[in-house]
Design a protein around this ligand. Sequence first.
Ligand SMILES: Nc1ncnc2c1ncn2[C@@H]1O[C@H](COP(=O)(O)OP(=O)(O)OP(=O)(O)O)[C@@H](O)[C@H]1O
Length: 277
Amino acid sequence: MSKADESTVSTDVSTATASKTDDDTILSVENVSKHYGGVVALEDVSLSIKENEVLSIVGDNGAGKSTFIKLLSGVIPATSGQFYMRDEETDEMEHIVLESPSMAKRAGIETVFQDMSLSMQHDVASNVFMGREPLKDGISGKLFRRIDREYMEQRSIEALDEIGFEIDPRAITEELSGGQQQAVAVARALISDPRIVILDEPTAEVSVEGSQKILDLIEELQASGKTVIFITHNLQEVFDVADRVAVLRSGNLVAELDNDGTIDREDLVGRMTGAIQ
Ligand SMILES: Nc1ncnc2c1ncn2[C@@H]1O[C@H](COP(=O)(O)OP(=O)(O)OP(=O)(O)O)[C@@H](O)[C@H]1O
């Protein structure tokens, strides 16, 4: 990435509180753009994500979907624009800076990318806790602390159970099905108890049966109080589990639709392709 790509508009955190909104927004994206040199990947996108909703992001190839979630995940910085998150204690919308993955995680946003970043040779519990292994005192007390495998395995079982999967925490990850691997990646995201879980094409590499389990998993996440944003190319999945749909086309947000039974498939495709303006 060139220096120009990494440029961001400075964001003054000290003036960071937006006015109290009286709606149920958890995350507000305001006038966000992302330019890769001369390529405009996103242009002036504003979108309110509602507390505890399942929001699907759809769009044709190159529409800007991946760019949008990379911005929310802190993987790449925005060229301009602002993000606000509702503070759990004050109920105010607070300005947040999403310029690194750790900033996004601290803000309560966890993302499962399509490649899942799992270590296939390691077992399930190791993947769930990768980089965050809990320690317990060794026989010489705090001097020789060691990884608390027992806790890792128990917590992995619980985290997977919460999303409707029963997977042996000692199973080697590469031996699992695509759907089970996706579940392990989601369980890892859940360990830090995020408020918003972003899923990047979670069913892309998964069998039909596995896909249904993933859709059930999305509903489990919502039932447990999470807000879910997911990207998919499969419109049936949108109809099945999304509360709302945001349509991106050529870097612009061209429609926000409630999935209340009134969305017409042809209309949606037309908005995605530009046949309907
Ligand atoms: N690192 C990059 N450098 C330059 N241009 C990029 C880069 N990443 C994405 N783009 C461009 O930005 C635009 C949006 O890409 P993005 O990957 O966000 O779209 P998408 O909707 O996720 O597409 P797909 O469904 O094919 O994954 C495209 O024109 C793409 O070529």
